[in-house]
Write a protein that binds this ligand. Structure first.
Ligand SMILES: Cc1cc2nc3c(=O)[nH]c(=O)nc-3n(C[C@H](O)[C@H](O)[C@H](O)COP(=O)(O)O)c2cc1C
Length: 206
């Protein structure tokens, strides 16, 4: 029996822990997207939040190419995705591509460009979640195709493609494996696997 979108959303929630931001607990990456557009007002709110992301030397190297379903931009992003992502991402009302300027304003290499883009994408995902929207980032796309389709200059690094929309009914997914992932709980490493007091030694936080 396929679960409903509401039931899946419950399964995907991080366990409530004291003092964690609600958007952190509620964010997860669906593949099933509802046939419901994202308003301009919500897009604007999301990018206003992104705008205030920290970045090395305040370079703000991120650029987001945003396409709504039916637009040429959307078609180009969808066309650059690997097939396994195309199968579900083509239902999302908005597809985006995050890229980062690899050169500083002084024309020197910016070693933090992709790091900063990642921070901006995290802000984007959390703000979208706070608005009741869902985000699914994708590394599975052809950077060559995307670069060519948009004429992105060589100094820009390509980050992730991003699907944005409202979580949909899991029954929209036609591939059994995707349905299975969509309806399974999320898993994570324990804190002692990545919070360290020295190299190879866990920091014990009680
Ligand atoms: C940089 C990046 C690349 C990703 N690439 C893909 C992808 O190509 N296809 C996909 O289905 N999910 C992709 N994901 C989603 C991850 O699989 C997902 O975030 C992870 O399994 C944790 O699940 P959660 O986001 O629901 O917590 C990607 C996520 C990130 C941050």
């Amino acid at each position: 029996m396929t679960l409903s979108a509401v039931e899946v959303n419950q399964i995907k929630q991080a366990p409530a822990a004291e003092n964690i931001l609600p958007a952190v607990l509620h964010r997860w990456s669906p593949r099933a997207f509802a046939d419901k557009p994202v308003s301009d007002a919500d897009l604007k709110t999301i990018f206003e939040a992104v705008r205030w992301t920290a970045s090395s030397s305040n370079e703000q190297p991120w650029r987001f190419i945003v396409g709504r379903q039916g637009s040429e931009t959307y078609t180009k992003i969808l066309g650059s995705l690997v097939e396994s992502n195309q199968l579900w991402a083509g239902k999302a009302p908005v597809l985006m591509l995050g890229v980062a300027n690899g050169l500083t304003q002084k024309n020197t290499p910016n070693g933090s460009a992709l790091y900063d883009l990642g921070q901006a994408a995290a802000t984007l995902a959390l703000q979208a979640t706070a608005l009741g929207l869902a985000v699914h980032q994708m590394g599975g796309y052809s950077r060559d195709k995307a670069r060519e389709a948009f004429g992105i200059p060589a100094e820009y690094h390509l980050g992730a493609a991003i699907a944005l929309g409202y979580q949909g009914e899991p029954s929209l997914l036609t591939v059994e494996r995707m349905l299975q992932i969509e309806t399974s709980p999320r898993t994570r490493k324990e804190l002692n696997e990545f919070v360290l007091s020295g190299w190879g030694a866990a920091l014990h936080l009680g």
